[in-house]
Design a protein around this ligand. Structure first.
Ligand SMILES: [Zn+2]
Ligand SMILES: [Zn+2]
Length: 266
């Protein structure tokens, strides 16, 4: 499995995942044109994409979903409530390309098996995904204010984890956001702080974990270096050796990150 973030953060999110012949996108929070440009930057095009999977209806996750589905004539997967909530942003999608998912129910999309799990966010029915190929498992967790045991169970044993590390608590508290917005971000239905990400990742980091990517960093309330060091410190304290046991990186906000090759495991 090969994986890269094409964009990450409040100005847009998209994750590109490919296996032997096929690829899928988790969220398309960019214009169709930006997706094409960013795929070209990693030497890819739209031809392998078999489906788009949506986490929730916020515009930074669905901006280009409709455009891309119409252009490629490929299916979009979202929960029933999310379909209703994103209808305006996404526009018309052909009936046969409207696919419905539900937290707790697995689905098969070409070469990929996916598990869908509920997250805790101020959206109508937000979800996260684990993506399985024959040999590898990727866990994707962004846009959640907290996690519970069932989310941890879902993500356990991942070869790669893309985990939200949205804000530094001090920067958010002292920063320019109005109090209501700060309260929302900090709430159980908001976003994960660097500290929360550190604890979650330390708990999830196992012998199989090769790569961790910190994602959905706030432009105003975080800095890549700060996110990295905060998370790394917590993980190291809990016995997870960064750089030796597991590699860690921060997803760039405005362009594709490196293409991680999780290897065939064969
Ligand atoms: Zn969101
Ligand atoms: Zn978001």
């Amino acid at each position: 499995m090969k994986v890269t973030t094409l964009a990450s953060g409040s100005s847009g999110n998209a994750i590109y995942i490919e296996d032997q012949e096929e690829a899928i996108l988790i969220d398309v929070g960019l214009s169709g044109r930006a997706i094409v440009e960013r795929l070209a930057a990693i030497d890819r095009d739209l031809s392998r994409i078999k489906a788009i999977l949506v986490t929730h209806e916020h515009v930074d996750h669905v901006k280009g979903v409709g455009v891309l589905s119409r252009k490629l004539d490929k299916p979009v997967y979202a929960t029933e409530k999310t379909w209703a909530a994103m209808a305006k942003t996404v526009g018309p999608v052909a009936d046969e390309n409207r696919r419905y998912i539900e937290a707790g129910k697995g689905i098969e999309v070409g070469e990929f098996q996916l598990e869908v799990f509920a997250t805790s966010h101020d959206a109508v029915d937000s979800v996260g995904y684990t993506i399985h190929t024959r040999h590898e498992k990727l866990g994707v967790l962004t846009d959640t204010g907290c996690i519970n045991l069932s989310i941890k169970d879902q993500l356990a044993g991942s070869d790669m984890l893309i985990c939200e590390s949205n804000h530094d608590l001090d920067m958010l508290k002292k920063g320019p956001y109005p109090w209501n917005l700060k309260k929302r971000i900090l709430s159980q239905k908001g976003h994960l702080s660097n500290i929360s990400a550190g604890h979650i990742l330390a708990d999830l980091c196992s012998g199989t974990t090769q790569q961790v990517v910190l994602a959905h960093l706030s432009q105003e309330n975080n800095e890549p270096d700060l996110a990295y060091t905060t998370v790394a410190e917590i993980m190291e304290k809990k016995g997870c050796a960064i750089g030796r046991q597991v590699d860690m990186a921060v997803a760039p906000r405005g362009g594709p990150g490196p293409v991680y090759d999780l290897g065939s495991g064969e």
